[in-house]
Ligand binder design. Structure first.
Ligand SMILES: [Zn+2]
Length: 352
């Protein structure tokens, strides 16, 4: 049996194996605070029943997410407790991936682009020499900028972004185009880093006059050279705890923009059907409440203060949801579709 993290988005350290019990720890790497992301592969355990124990309480409500191809994930729907889960490997299950959540891998993006007949351009090279995928869609004169994974472990945001893409392709928004960076910390995504709280600061704190990360530098360059109409950045908050953790919510910026956020939030809430992880406008975090400071140099702050940009926000998406509003990959994609429908209606109202 082999347990490893030698794949895109992998992150694990094997501490010990005792009989059918495997003891594991996730790797923080460049992150300056404790964080929850892990993902590993087990090969050659067919027919066995193994219990996996993390050293911290980093197993979610539905146990591990499980995949056989790094593209499709589903919840085990069981766990021993917040530290542990037990998996019975089928007789022909010779390779199984387990993760903290429904990981949105670069492999999934490649599969989706292939399905949709799209191809990625290169935004820039990462510090490790990887080409960062950039999608340009449509020819309208008003670009909308979409991004996710400024915090590399926050996969739910990328499922929602995929839903926005699918809806936009099916029904474009008049006179707009899309500039899409699905993996804003591409090295972090590929390597399986936490990303959040990365030293000296993370990618979503790099929206300054002198950005240090090439992806952020290129997003800022595009925004300064083009008449950006709107900007949206898709995230996911912590593992558990906090009133908002199981919810989807908008991070609002600038008190004078509250009426815009009210209008958009109502449209988004109305657009979310039973097939989506639902968003409720009442869950939004208001400007300068708690950690949500207008002055923090984020994607959202940058686009909210960019001349000509009519609307921008961060959408926080949940890893697990709640019992009555549970996360699946398909439902997160449908949340993205609803988001895009809301943006379309919102744009129509802005122009009317
Ligand atoms: Zn985030």
């Amino acid at each position: 049996m082999k347990i490893h993290a030698d794949f895109e988005c992998g992150n694990i350290r094997v501490l010990n194996v005792e009989g059918n019990h495997v003891y594991l720890q996730n790797e923080l790497r460049g992150t300056t605070r404790d964080y929850f992301y892990w993902a590993f592969c087990v090969e050659g355990a067919q027919g066995q029943t193994l219990s996996f124990h993390l050293d911290k309480e980093w197993v979610g409500n539905y146990g591990a997410a499980v995949s056989h191809d790094l593209i499709h994930w589903q919840w085990m729907d069981s766990r021993d407790d917040g530290f542990s889960f037990t998996y019975r490997f089928g007789e022909d299950e010779d390779k199984v991936y387990f993760a903290h959540d429904l990981v949105y891998t670069p492999a999934r993006l490649r599969a989706v682009l292939c399905e949709l007949g799209l191809s990625a351009e290169s935004l820039c090279l990462t510090p490790k020499g990887r080409e960062v995928p950039l999608l340009r869609i449509g020819n309208g004169s008003r670009p909308i900028v979409l991004a996710s994974r400024h915090h590399s472990c926050e996969s739910p945001g990328t499922y929602v972004l995929e839903g926005v893409l699918r809806e936009y392709l099916a029904s474009p928004i008049e006179d707009t185009s899309l500039f899409v960076v699905p993996f804003a910390d591409y090295d972090g995504v590929c390597d399986g880093d936490q990303g959040k709280g990365r030293a000296p600061f993370d990618h979503n704190r790099d929206y300054t006059d002198a950005p240090i990360y090439p992806e952020v530098r290129e997003i800022i360059r595009f925004a300064k050279e083009n008449p950006v109409y709107m900007g949206f950045d898709f995230h996911a908050p912590g593992h558990s705890g906090g009133a908002r953790c199981g919810k989807i919510f908008v991070v609002r910026k600038f008190a004078e923009k509250e009426p815009l956020f009210d209008t958009f939030g109502q449209l988004f809430e109305a657009a979310c059907g039973e097939d989506a992880v639902k968003y409720f406008v009442s869950g939004d975090i208001h400007p300068n409440v708690g950690w949500n400071k207008d002055a923090t140099p984020t994607f959202s702050t940058f686009f909210n203060t960019l001349e000509g940009c009519r609307f921008a926000c961060t959408l926080e998406n949940t890893f697990f949801g709640t019992a009555e509003n549970k996360v699946t990959a398909e439902k997160l994609v449908n949340t993205g579709r609803a988001f895009c429908r809301a943006v379309r209606k919102f744009a129509e109202q802005l122009e009317s």
